[in-house]
Write a protein that binds this ligand. Structure first.
Ligand code: SAH
Length: 359
């Protein structure tokens, strides 16, 4: 194998190249899964010194508002016992820390469960949450009470598949090797799926994205909520109507790079398909709320007042608190790009913050 790909046998590039050499081109979803698995396993990517910054790392206000939102829902449901806080991909555990501290003020003290694949991040989470339980699969989550499930910037990291319109029909986007580089190449055979049946008339080269892994996970979580009660709160960037085009991107040290350069060393993400995830929840008879814009959602739940209170308590921090508030809520920052969507089963109250939502 050429240099660059083979340097480290445990690197994503090596694992991917090895598979392609043995099996031929691999689906984009497999490439993304291997790259992100290696990426998150290798380091803590968050913060100004890392690759990207997430909302809970910007300010405690973000997790606190989520805590208030969850506690409010729990109280209005009549404070059910045996509640479980479940976070998908909790990063450093910061959001959970801020949310759970806030919930405890309302006597809402659920057990804590994390779905996490990275041993490095699991160790970080354990420092803040020594009593948490970790899961590799949602099948092992408790079955004896409502689940309060939170996913911030989690679904965007799950693998997507792409389909390309060619003169020979829809082809699956595959990853092949061109010497030491990874390149995309349409599958030899046309795909025989829903896509070929229902999606005709697109010009050649059109790309459609799907995330079967996300849909399966959302469906399984929705089944659990329908059975056990609780809620799913999903916060991410994404689209609310079906669309075309590639949204795959790679971020390294806060800058975009090619998703096909040195996999496993950058954060590979794709926009979340809120439309399909909402429909997935609805087919399990869950009510879907939103998606709403993150800025509006946070404001309707009192982030302005929370910022004022923090400034009053620590006037020296006023500039930092104002800057964080702006970053989380302003339309030119995270305020509009990020969206908030919730799902609740029959018999649960409507959650706060969605009265202004888009359809
Ligand atoms: N929610 C956190 C971190 C977002 S980054 C925050 O807002 O700061 C994505 C998180 O999901 C990381 O913790 C990563 O290790 C985890 N992750 C990514 N893919 C995963 C998978 N397939 N299964 C479990 N965890 C995963």
């Amino acid at each position: 194998m050429p240099e660059g790909i083979t340097a480290d046998p445990t690197s994503a590039a090596h694992i991917i190249a090895d598979r392609i050499d043995r099996e031929g081109p691999i689906p984009l979803g497999d490439y993304m899964a291997i790259a992100n698995d290696c990426y998150y396993a290798s380091k803590d990517p968050f913060g100004e010194d890392g690759d990207f910054v997430t909302a809970p790392e910007i300010s405690q206000m973000f997790g606190e508002i989520i805590g208030i939102w969850l506690a409010d829902l729990w109280l209005r449901k009549g404070s059910p016992e045996n509640c479980h806080y479940v976070e998908l991909g909790p990063g450093r555990g910061t959001l959970a820390k801020d949310a759970l501290r806030t919930m405890a003020r309302f006597d809402c003290t659920p057990t804590v469960h994390f779905l996490e694949s990275s041993p490095v991040l699991k160790a970080k989470q354990a420092q803040l949450h020594p009593d948490a339980k970790w899961h590799r699969d949602i099948a092992s989550l408790p079955e004896d009470g409502p689940l309060m499930i939170v996913a911030n910037e989690f679904f965007d990291a799950l693998p997507i598949e792409q389909f390309v319109a060619t003169s020979g029909g829809w082809r699956r986007q595959m990853i092949a090797r061109d010497r030491s580089k990874f390149v995309t190449i349409p599958s030899d055979e046309a795909v025989e799926t829903q896509i070929s049946g229902t999606m005709s008339g697109f010009p050649e080269g059109t790309i459609l994205e799907r995330s079967p892994v996300s849909v399966e996970l959302a469906g399984n979580l929705a089944n659990r909520l329908a059975k056990q009660g609780g809620t799913l709160l999903l916060i991410d960037y994404g689209y609310t109507r079906p669309g075309t085009g590639s949204t795959l991107q790679a971020i390294k040290e806060h800058m975009p790079i090619s998703p096909f350069d040195s996999p496993g060393t950058s954060d590979l993400t794709a926009h979340v398909d809120f439309h399909t995830l909402a429909n997935t929840a609805r087919t399990r008879l869950l009510a879907v709320h939103g998606p709403a814009e993150q800025g509006q959602w946070l404001k309707s739940l009192g982030i302005d007042q929370r910022a004022d209170a923090l400034i009053a308590a620590s006037p020296k921090q006023a500039d930092n608190i104002r800057a964080a508030h702006l970053r989380l809520t302003h339309a030119d920052e995270m305020g509009c790009l990020f969206r908030v969507m919730a799902a609740t089963p029959i018999g649960w109250p409507d959650p706060e913050g969605f009265s202004y939502g888009e359809d």
